[in-house]
Design a protein around this ligand. Structure first.
Ligand SMILES: CC(=O)N[C@H]1[C@@H](OP(=O)(O)OP(=O)(O)OC[C@H]2O[C@@H](n3ccc(=O)[nH]c3=O)[C@H](O)[C@@H]2O)O[C@H](CO)[C@@H](O)[C@@H]1O[C@H](C)C(=O)N[C@@H](C)C(=O)N[C@H](CCC(=O)O)C(=O)O
Ligand SMILES: Nc1ncnc2c1ncn2[C@@H]1O[C@H](COP(=O)(O)OP(=O)(O)OP(=O)(O)O)[C@@H](O)[C@H]1O
Ligand SMILES: N[C@H](CCC[C@H](N)C(=O)O)C(=O)O
Ligand SMILES: [Mg+2]
Length: 487
């Protein structure tokens, strides 16, 4: 049990009815999970309004309610805490509940449309190799040093974040790298956290269903920088046209990185091939296994962050050359018949374009590029025709298929993608709803030296349709099928 008064420390209160001198068990924002003596936080969401479940939460045992609007009937013995924004209150309360664990380690947030998982996972790997105990909060997994925990979000809710940060404190973790998604910022999941630094990768088209306009999406990302403490560093990619925007209103110490323009941290690509690329930072040349122009940005970002966190230049470069690629990010397999299959998490127009440009640049002759791609259901519909357009412009053959259809009809999603295909490219397109069949067809179509790109689901090991998740792993599927076809 914890003291309610302590949990409310630093929460901006509008009014309190009842006593705060009481003990509470847990904090909960879902009435269906409330237990005896819990605090129920009522949140207005996208589907429901938590205020409607206050009675249910009380009947399940809540002794405290945190809300934006007081209910008509107040129950004796229950404490009602009124605040302006319950999501902000939840973030501060969650941090207090777990003893403000972000203050006991160096927490670095990574934001941007693409590259968050890559940059945070590589920083985790690099600091592990440097001998530290390290934490990671990412789309793929949460790591409490060597201990792996599953996650369903890129940036989990404030309770999950702080719970894991507290476990990291317990394990003696010194650095934690976490992805900060725009949904996470908009829903204040990260508000109670104390950041030692933040990194901006880039900004391009995504989530315009949720944020409505690009400006709103950009300004949401910017909030991570606006709220940094003075002691933190703010590291931004200024080759991106919004790179300086992120730094505009931050109190943190500003640093920039770029490949194309003058910046505090600069890199040059000297060579790029399938096995890796040769980069130059300052006077030092080094190899990295991560290929493609976009990965040069990711590598430069981790180099700069590692310097800002106090590691030695030569040690950083040595460790970068040892880094493994991240699961589902340009993960490839070459079959005995010399067909290359690449699985990549490109699920935005910019990512898909970057990956296909990288693949085309690595072609040495007339190899075909066969792309298998879909778009997620219940997500930004406006990116579908754009991705359809990019896939067909930059590939020899394209198979449109299902990603995670969620509640939508997969054939409608494919139609949305087809709407972006130029007339001269329609002959390149096949539509196969079943992802398994789509991958199988690509494998059958490929001949020696051809390249198959399977985009959109990367590391995901499931496919979500109408609320159910069925096991599905792009990399395993394509590897097994290519191996089978060779027999
Ligand atoms: C659109 C969105 O982000 N939704 C998130 C949001 O849910 P919501 O606003 O829809 O909640 P709601 O269903 O309207 O309910 C409102 C409140 O009433 C409560 N409630 C509801 C029903 C009930 O009986 N009792 C009750 O108390 C709910 O617990 C909630 O507190 O808050 C929930 C709790 O934190 C999240 O789990 C949920 O994520 C959904 C599942 C989701 O898919 N989110 C994705 C889009 C997301 O967040 N993605 C980003 C990454 C994106 C990227 O960068 O590419 C991420 O960080 O993962
Ligand atoms: N710096 C970058 N710039 C542009 N594209 C990138 C960059 N890094 C990675 N990508 C592309 O974007 C895809 C997703 O990368 P990653 O998973 O690192 O992004 P993310 O920001 O974590 O995505 P999410 O929002 O889903 O968490 C990669 O598979 C690759 O195709
Ligand atoms: N973080 C992203 C991941 C998209 C991955 C793609 N496979 C999909 O399911 O749409 C989102 O939730 O929008
Ligand atoms: Mg991610």
């Amino acid at each position: 049990m914890k003291s309610l008064k302590d949990i409310l420390y630093g929460v901006r209160l509008s009014a309190v009815t009842g006593s705060t001198a009481k003990m509470v068990n847990a904090i909960c924002f879902d009435s269906r999970a409330v237990g005896m003596d819990d605090v129920f936080v009522a949140i207005r969401g996208t589907q429901a309004d938590g205020h409607e479940f206050i009675d249910k939460a009380i009947s399940s045992g809540a002794n405290t309610v945190v809300c934006e609007e007081l209910p008509g009937n107040l129950v004796n013995e229950v404490t009602y805490v009124q605040v302006e924004n319950t999501q902000s209150a939840l973030a501060v309360m969650a941090a207090n509940y777990y003893g403000n664990p972000s203050r006991n380690l160096k927490l670095v947030g990574v934001t941007g449309t693409n590259g968050k998982t890559t940059v945070s996972s590589l920083l985790y790997q690099l600091f592990k190799k440097a001998g530290f105990k390290v934490g990671l909060i990412s789309t793929i997994k949460i790591m409490v040093d060597d201990q792996e925990h599953a996650t369903r979000h890129t940036t989990p809710d404030a309770l999950v974040i702080n719970k894991h940060l507290a476990m990291m404190n317990e394990a003696g973790v010194e650095f934690c790298f976490m992805e900060v998604s725009s949904h996470g910022i908009a829903q204040k999941r990260t508000e109670g956290l104390y950041f030692a630094g933040a990194i901006f990768t880039n900004l391009s088209h995504d989530h315009l269903d949720y944020h409505k306009t690009f400006a709103e999406y950009r300004d949401t990302k910017k909030l991570l920088f606006d709220n940094l403490p003075k002691t933190a560093f703010a590291l931004s990619n200024i080759d991106d046209k919004n790179g300086f925007v992120m730094l505009q209103n931050t109190r943190a110490k500003k640093h920039t990185y770029a490949l194309k323009t003058y910046a505090d941290f600069r890199a040059q690509i000297l060579e790029n091939q399938f096995s890796g690329q040769l980069l130059k930072i300052g006077e030092n040349e080094f190899w990295t296994r991560l290929i493609g122009h976009f990965n040069a940005y990711n590598v430069l970002a981790i180099y700069a962050a590692a310097e800002l966190l106090g590691l030695e230049t030569l040690e950083i470069l040595r460790l970068i050359s040892e880094l493994e690629t991240v699961d589902g990010r340009f993960q490839y397999f070459i079959s005995d018949k010399k067909i290359t299959a690449i699985v990549d998490y490109a699920h935005t127009p910019d990512a898909l374009k970057n990956v296909l440009i990288t693949i085309n640049a690595l072609r040495t002759g007339n190899e075909n590029v066969i792309t298998v791609v879909g778009c997620g259901g219940d997500r930004d519909k406006s990116k579908r025709p754009v991705m359809g357009h990019i896939a067909t412009e930059l590939s020899t053959q394209v198979i449109f298929t299902s990603d995670n259809p969620r509640s939508e009809d997969p054939s409608k999603i494919i139609e949305d993608m087809e709407a972006g295909v130029e007339p001269q490219n329609t002959r390149k397109v096949l539509a196969i709803e079943s992802r398994e069949q789509a991958i199988k067809t690509a494998c059958k179509m490929a001949s020696e030296l051809d390249i198959i790109l399977i985009a959109g689901k990367g590391h995901e090991t499931y496919q979500e349709t109408k609320g159910t998740r069925v096991d599905f792993d792009d990399f395993k599927k394509v590897r097994d099928m290519l191996t089978e076809l060779q027999k």
